[in-house]
Every structure is written in structure tokens, then in C-alpha cells.
Design a protein around this ligand. Structure first.
Ligand code: NAD
Length: 369
């Protein structure tokens, strides 16, 4: 038997899609391939009980296809709970495009991706995520109406990232209120890891409040730009997680809260924008709980962006967007209190509320309401 056949057999035995650890009863997974434009994308539709699956498109140079599939499954599942806990009538979905956004993203590729989105007839609605900009959504809009996060001059709500940052800021303040009895972040040492679209605006809010902000990024130009704009300190070491800090704000990629980092972290609070911060939500949620580190669940506090794009579908205005986003403060306090009272992890407490909303809607649908 050939080597290829051996490994193929092995893959089949392992159930490569439905058997993935990240697969959680997803409704539909769409693999998109277009030779002419070089598009290779995966759209994950996790759950549409509350409404169409809305979630951004990420373009990333994945190590391999498994990593891309794993990422889209984790992200689309997260969107289901994010919309549910935020009270939006949306389901959870997400898309990933395999490739380097800096060198491989072309208008043709984005339009072809848009055609795949269109073929789902509105079951999945896209928006921007890492590697995407508002202009890319404008390009997708040329071929499908099932896209949000388009430019304001084209009738959209614009870049959602500043709103996401505002929600993260609200969630962080709520966590501080819970932990310290005061939500004032002045003089708190806060490490912001990843100062992209969201991280930068978060740094702006934090420095305005007088926090002692340290920034880390793999992009040196960004570091210098953000330092010069807001007076934050650039992290020069090579083991951020072991540094003394009050608050850790992950705003780059997911899974940075894991076996290795939790044991080093000195932070009292983790509150950031990145999706899927806990590598393993059960195990690492529990480790944080045991160590007394207050974790503000990512899918709860980074919902500002989806609130912003939802406005495009529902037609509400900026003040309503800000009001809904500010409400993340109240919801975070409620979740942290609930977790403490019921002795579950903060992640679990948030998940239970989101799941209850979906279950209730399902029951209503079954009853024909
Ligand atoms: P972005 O691409 O604009 O910024 C990400 C930044 O992280 C970049 O500056 C990049 O250089 C940096 N980075 C990447 N790997 C890193 C590493 N290992 N260490 C340090 N820095 C690293 O993305 P964004 O829109 O700011 O989103 C940030 C995170 O927040 C993502 O996980 C995204 O999924 C999540 N999120 C974003 C939104 C939104 O509205 N943009 C909404 C919800 C969640």
C-alpha cells in the first residue's frame, strides 16, 4: 500500500470534518475553490436558529488546511454565542480565506468569494475580520447583498473595529469593577498584545484614562506609530506572559491563554478583543478560575463589531450602536457575578445564557410561534 493511501485511509478514519474537535454540530460547511483567482476559502455555518449566520471573513496564511478548518469552526461557533448573548437575532458563521492578505488578496479573488457567499442566498452574511478592510467588503458588495461592514459612503456602518474596541474597554472596566471594586483604570499596568484595528483604538481609550499601557506586536512599524500617537510603551522583551501586569488584553490571534501562559501570567484580569482566547475553553477557563484571574469572556466583550454591522441590517443609528455596546459593561458584571455565585467559570456562565436563548427560540419555532 502506498504512503499516500496509508495517510488517506488514516484521514478518513479520523473523520476529517465532522470528527474535528472544533466541530460542534455545525449546520453547514462550504469549501470554496476557484483556480482562476486562486481562491481557497471555507465558510462555516454553525447555527441559524436565531437568524442568518453572520460573521467576518479572515484571510490568513495558515500552516495547513487543517489549521484553517479548525479556525473557521472555532470562529463560527463563537459567533453563534456572541450574537445570542448580545441579544441579536443572528446566527453564527464565519469564513476563512487561505492565503497572505498582503500579497494574494485581489479584487477578483474578493468578488469570486462574494459569489460563493451569494450562492448561500443569505444564510451566511459576511463582514470583515483579520486581513480584511472595509474596501474589501465594498468589493464583495458588487456581487452580493449578503455583506456588512461596507463603507459609510456606500450606505454601510463603516469599520466596526473602533466599536469593538469600545466594547472591550467597557468589558475591561466591568472586570476591574468586579475585581478591584472600582472601574478606574488609571495607573493600571495593561499589556495590549496586537495593536491592529481594534488594539489601536483600545490603546487610545486606555491612555486617555491614564493607564500604564505596554504594547506588543509583530509589526515594528505599527508599534512605533501607536507609541508616537498615544505615548504607550513598546514591549521589548520576549516573554510577555511572564511580565508583571494588572491586565492582559489579547488583541491579536486566539488561543494565547493556554497551559504555558496561564502558569506565567501575573495579571488579575484578562480582557481583550481576540476571538477564542482560551485554547481549551473548559480546561483553561477552570485554570483561570483556580488562579483567581478574572476572565472577561471574549465573545461577550468583543461584540461591538457585530452590533455595528447588525445596525446595517436593522437600520439603527450611531447612538443606538453606542448604547448597545456600552451595555456590554452591565452584561459583563452580571456574568462575572453569576459565575462567582454559581461557582462556574466565567466562560461557562456566559455560554449558558447564550445557549438558553437559542434553546428558547428553538422551542418557540417548534411550537410554531
Ligand atoms: P488586525 O489584523 O487589524 O490586527 C491584528 C494585529 O495583531 C496586527 O497588528 C498583527 O501584526 C498583530 N499580531 C498578529 N500576530 C501577533 C502575535 N503573535 N503577537 C503580537 N501581535 C500579533 O485585527 P483586528 O481587527 O484588530 O482584530 C484583532 C482580534 O480581534 C482578532 O482576533 C479578531 O478576530 C478579533 N475581533 C475583531 C473584531 C473587529 O471588529 N475587527 C471584532 C471581534 C473580534
Amino acid at each position: 500500500m502506498s504512503q499516500e493511501f496509508d495517510s488517506l485511509e488514516q484521514i478518513i478514519r479520523q473523520d476529517p470534518v465532522f470528527g474535528q474537535v472544533s466541530f460542534d454540530g455545525h449546520e453547514q460547511i462550504v469549501f470554496c475553490n476557484d483556480k482562476d483567482t486562486g481562491l481557497r476559502a471555507i465558510i462555516g455555518i454553525h447555527n441559524t436558529v436565531l437568524g442568518p449566520a453572520l460573521g467576518g471573513t479572515r484571510m490568513w496564511n495558515y500552516e495547513n488546511e487543517w489549521a484553517a478548518l479548525n479556525d473557521v469552526l472555532r470562529l463560527s461557533r463563537g459567533m453563534t454565542f456572541k450574537s445570542a448573548i448580545t441579544g441579536l437575532n443572528l446566527g453564527g458563521g464565519k469564513a476563512v480565506i487561505l492565503g497572505d492578505a498582503k500579497t494574494q488578496k485581489t479584487p477578483e479573488l474578493m468578488r469570486r468569494f462574494g459569489e460563493f457567499v451569494h450562492s448561500l442566498s443569505g444564510k451566511y452574511i459576511t463582514a470583515e475580520d483579520v486581513g480584511m478592510a472595509t474596501e474589501d467588503m465594498d468589493t464583495v458588495r458588487e456581487v452580493t447583498p449578503y455583506v456588512t461592514g461596507i463603507s459609510e459612503h456606500k450606505g454601510g456602518a463603516g469599520n466596526p473595529s473602533p466599536i469593538t474596541a469600545y466594547g472591550v474597554f467597557m468589558g475591561m472596566k466591568a472586570a476591574a469593577e468586579f475585581k478591584y471594586g472600582s472601574d478606574v483604570l488609571e495607573d493600571k499596568k495593561i499589556y495590549v498584545e496586537g495593536i491592529g484595528n481594534v488594539g489601536e483604538t483600545l490603546v487610545e481609550y486606555l491612555t486617555q484614562e491614564g493607564a500604564d499601557v505596554v504594547i506588543a506586536d509583530i509589526n515594528q512599524d505599527r508599534l512605533e506609530e501607536v507609541r508616537d500617537k498615544y505615548g504607550a510603551t513598546i514591549y521589548g522583551g520576549n516573554d510577555l506572559y511572564g511580565e508583571q501586569m494588572d491586565i492582559y488584553a489579547p488583541c491579536a490571534m486566539g488561543a494565547t491563554v493556554n497551559n504555558t501562559t496561564i502558569n506565567k501570567l501575573t495579571a488579575d484580569i484578562i480582557a481583550g478583543a481576540a476571538n477564542n482566547q482560551l485554547e481549551n475553553e473548559i480546561k483553561h477557563g477552570k485554570m483561570l478560575q483556580d488562579r483567581g484571574i478574572v476572565y472577561a469572556p471574549d465573545f461577550l466583550i468583543n461584540a461591538g463589531g457585530i452590533i455595528n454591522v447588525y445596525a446595517e441590517l436593522e437600520g439603527y443609528d450611531r447612538s443606538e450602536i453606542m448604547r448597545k455596546t456600552e451595555n456590554i459593561y452591565t452584561t459583563t458584571i452580571e456574568i462575572l457575578n453569576r459565575a462567582a455565585e454559581t461557582k462556574v467559570t466565567t466562560h461557562q456562565a456566559a455560554l449558558e445564557i447564550a445557549q438558553a436563548r437559542i434553546a428558547a427560540r428553538k422551542q418557540e419555532a417548534l411550537a410554531g410561534k
